[in-house]
Ligand binder design. Structure first.
Ligand code: SAH
Length: 415
């Protein structure tokens, strides 16, 4: 297996914020013997309106049990079943009495897991999944297995935060496919669990580099982050949140003092060029981004990683690398650049850079004391660039069941 990393993408349109309803659960209503103070509990709802268990904390699950007249240890069992055994349907919660399972269903609870619509495996072991959400929308998630030289194994889940993306970065396939909606927290968490199911292995790292702009769905992303860390038990340092930069969101993220990495998709060393590559850059000048990244570092002590997609003849000259090094030094220390050679997408005017220019770009940064990693493109044969697989299946509407252009033979297992 080749050692390296991932990447990915998004799409566009209207932004529909999802308000997760707050539901008050009173302990008085619970007939259980343990008295728990009344808590405000934000239960995520599925598209059909059922209340979703996935994403709930241990305390919240305990409250669900109490509320249905069960003892509090049933809440602990629910936690174990959801996050350790990873059971997908309430009727399969065989550790629980039939009666309690029935009550959960009658009270309108569901687990919140969706079926895998399509799985594509590349020769290098990367697996790309299309998950079919309750409202038939398809969302992409990628599992990237990496074995390092010492033989230790990492499994990275590259997760989506939105179906599509409202920002239209010029080189990104997701942006070309349209935006549909924000994902709910359980729809983010279930991507990680789906990868674990396919690989029969724990996910060790999570990167929010799939479809969508995480900072435009911050509430659900933060809730998913909490659950992945506390319940699924993935270390905060193993989680990376990637953003192209949305005004006023980096400060908000910093205030949560997460121990996770912020990745900022920069792609250009100056405002003029950045605006050409990333249309949304007009609303958030480079200096303001750099200031917010510096403050993120000061607030969290976590080094910001700058992503730079190298586009041949556009931003890949050594002069660009020199300008980038100057920009980073101007804004302080603790910066890192992650070079991503462009992964060609259908109908794009951009070209993949030559290996020679990638090496020269990296060397120019390193000689100016900027730490660099170059991302190997994984799973090129599995429609690896962001949003590519989803686009093949959803050429027009974003509904899996209605896309007549969908051809099963289009995407087969590539090996
Ligand atoms: N919206 C977020 C996260 C999704 S994109 C963001 O912009 O950071 C995650 C990363 O995938 C971005 O750094 C982007 O540069 C990269 N990416 C998207 N499409 C790509 C492509 N075709 N080739 C190379 N990198 C790509």
């Amino acid at each position: 297996m080749r050692a390296s990393l991932l990447h990915h993408a998004r799409t566009s349109h209207v932004s529909r914020a999802f308000l997760s309803r707050t539901l008050t659960v009173s302990a008085a209503a619970a007939a259980g013997p343990v008295s728990v103070p009344s808590v405000k509990m934000a239960a995520s709802k599925s598209q059909s309106g059922s209340r979703v268990l996935l994403g709930m904390s241990g305390d919240e699950l305990q409250q669900v049990a109490l509320d249905l007249g069960q003892q509090s240890y049933r809440g602990k069992q629910l936690h174990h079943i959801l996050y350790k055994r990873k059971v997908k349907e309430i009727h399969d919660f065989v550790q629980l009495p039939l009666e309690f399972r029935r009550e959960l269903q009658e009270a309108g609870w569901s687990v919140g897991r969706s079926p895998i619509h399509k799985a594509v495996t590349a020769a290098d072991g990367t697996v790309k999944l299309l998950i079919k959400l309750e409202d038939n929308l398809l969302v992409e998630t990628v599992g990237i297995p990496v074995e390092d030289d010492k033989g230790s194994f990492r499994l990275t889940a590259c997760v989506s935060s939105q179906v599509g993306c409202p920002l239209r970065c010029s080189f990104c396939a997701t942006g070309k496919g349209g935006f549909s909606r924000n994902l709910k927290r359980h729809e983010i968490i279930e991507q990680v669990l789906a990868i674990e199911e396919v690989f029969k292995h724990r996910v060790t790292n999570v990167v929010f580099m799939g479809m969508g702009e995480p900072m435009m769905n911050m509430k659900e992303v933060l809730e998913a982050h909490r659950c992945l860390n506390k319940d699924v038990q993935i270390g905060q340092r193993m989680i990376t949140i990637s953003t192209v930069g949305v005004p006023n969101t980096i400060k908000r993220l910093a205030s949560h003092k997460l121990q996770s990495t912020l990745a900022l998709s920069l792609h250009a060393p100056n405002q003029k060029l950045r605006e050409k590559i990333v249309p949304s850059a007009k609303a958030y000048p480079l200096d303001a981004i750099m200031k917010d990244c510096r403050d993120y570092f000061l607030e969290t002590s976590r080094r910001v990683s700058f992503e730079y997609t190298l586009l041949a003849g556009v931003n890949d000259a050594v002069e660009h690398a020199i300008e980038l090094a100057e920009l980073l030094h101007k804004w302080g220390r603790g910066h890192h650049v992650n070079i991503i050679p462009f992964n060609p997408i259908e109908g794009s005017e951009y070209k993949r850079p030559y290996k020679k220019s990638v090496l020269a770009f990296a060397a120019a940064l390193e000689s100016r004391k900027i730490t660099v990693s170059t991302r190997q493109t994984r799973g090129l044969d599995a429609s690896a660039a962001c949003g590519q697989l989803r686009n093949e299946f959803q050429k027009r509407p974003l509904h899996a069941g209605t896309d007549h252009q969908q051809s099963q033979s289009e995407v087969a297992i590539a090996s």
